[in-house]
Design a protein around this ligand. Structure first.
Ligand code: TYD
Length: 142
């Protein structure tokens, strides 16, 4: 799944009055947009994410400032530094991510292919590895 995560350079319309970027579902990104959320007022040093999704597809865009998106699939790791408003990071399902190194006043926009569903999350890294078939044994309960 990590190999399917990639930077998408979004269109930029530039004129003397500034820049404009747009995103159309199933054109610039390969999914229907069901949900939009954003992270902001993130305190210095905070780490967000630290989970994986079973089916959700997402596009992360750091609209203002910068942050690091750290990905792993249990075998390989990749870090993406998002620092341009036209730079989208497409995240596949079944990839463990954490987000850190937020600059002050950064805003991280996320477009998502599904409505919020807690059942779509792996919140525990070992559960995620079991879901990937990398680790044996039953999921932790409780
Ligand atoms: P979470 O996805 O864990 O945030 P992050 O990965 O950035 O740390 O969500 C944090 C909380 O917000 C969690 O209790 C669920 C809630 N939430 C919603 O209610 N709707 C949403 O669309 C999202 C993304 C989170």
């Amino acid at each position: 799944p990590l190999d399917h995560c990639r930077i998408i350079n979004l269109p930029v319309v530039t004129d003397v009055h500034g820049k404009l970027t747009f995103i159309e579902e199933n054109r610039h990104i390969p999914f229907d947009i069901k949900r939009v959320y954003y992270l902001y007022d993130v305190p210095g040093g905070a780490v967000r994410g630290a989970h994986a999704h079973k089916a959700l597809q997402q596009l992360y865009i750091c609209l203002s400032g910068s942050c690091d998106i750290k990905l792993t699939d249990g075998f390989k790791d990749k870090t993406f530094h998002l620092n341009r408003s036209y730079m989208g990071l497409l995240l596949s399902p079944m990839v463990w991510r954490s987000v850190d190194n937020f600059s002050s006043n950064s805003v991280l926009l996320v477009l998502a292919s599904q409505l919020y569903d807690e059942d779509d999350y792996y919140r525990d890294y070992n559960d995620y590895l079991r879901g990937r078939g990398i680790l044996d044994g039953p999921a932790e309960t409780g």
